[in-house]
Design a protein around this ligand. Sequence first.
Ligand SMILES: [Zn+2]
Length: 261
Amino acid sequence: MPKIDTGLAKLLALILVASSLTAPSASVSVSRSAVARGGLPVIPGPPVGEPAGAADTGGRCADPAGTWLGMRWRNELRWRINEQTIPAYLGDRATVVASLRSAATTVDTGRNDCGLPANLGIQESYAGHTDHTAGVTAAGGCGERDGHNAVSFGRLEQGLLAVTCIWWFGGKENGRSVETDVLIDDTEGLFFTTTPANCSSRWDLEGTVTHEFGHAFGLGHVAFAEHGTLTMTDGLPDCSTAYRGLGLGDYLTLKQQYGTN
Ligand SMILES: [Zn+2]
């Protein structure tokens, strides 16, 4: 398994790698958004030792920045978790499932830290366990579309934390999303569901997956250097649970695309 380079481990570099790959069928396209750590281009992060939750709430609720991948869902996104792939170090599977579901609900409703109404008109539902795994390769590429929206854990190379693939019909601009899969690296000790004592070089599972569901619904990245407090930033500090909700720009960009209930 890839080892965390201690010199780079304080920051999570999130990269959108390929915007569109050749699709397995003529009419479906696929997009990949990867979350990486160590060994890949790293954007300067907060000083080492800065307290978890260093994201400034004022900045998070004052920054309207956001980018859009292009495609979006016209129908409800029904997704499942492959519980058998949840690594043992994360403990109780029900707790892990609850964290993943909470992340999806945050993006679905627009839950935020800024006092904005959680009434976004996105439709998402958790449909239970699946035996399918995410159509994402260990190298972080997108595999075949299989008709199931699966979140699973598994091996990811190159220091990747998680990868989201989206398949859609039509052009990328205004395309219709038809499937999304999320693969989360199962390297021991990489994530936590509750901040551990003396936390170092570990990432909040829920905040990371909130970011991934942001991609699944169509959000792109904003640059850490200017927008590091937003959930769709391309760099996330380790040990921070401050990214479980949406910031202003994350929220406004989703609202622009999906409207409100
Ligand atoms: Zn990302």
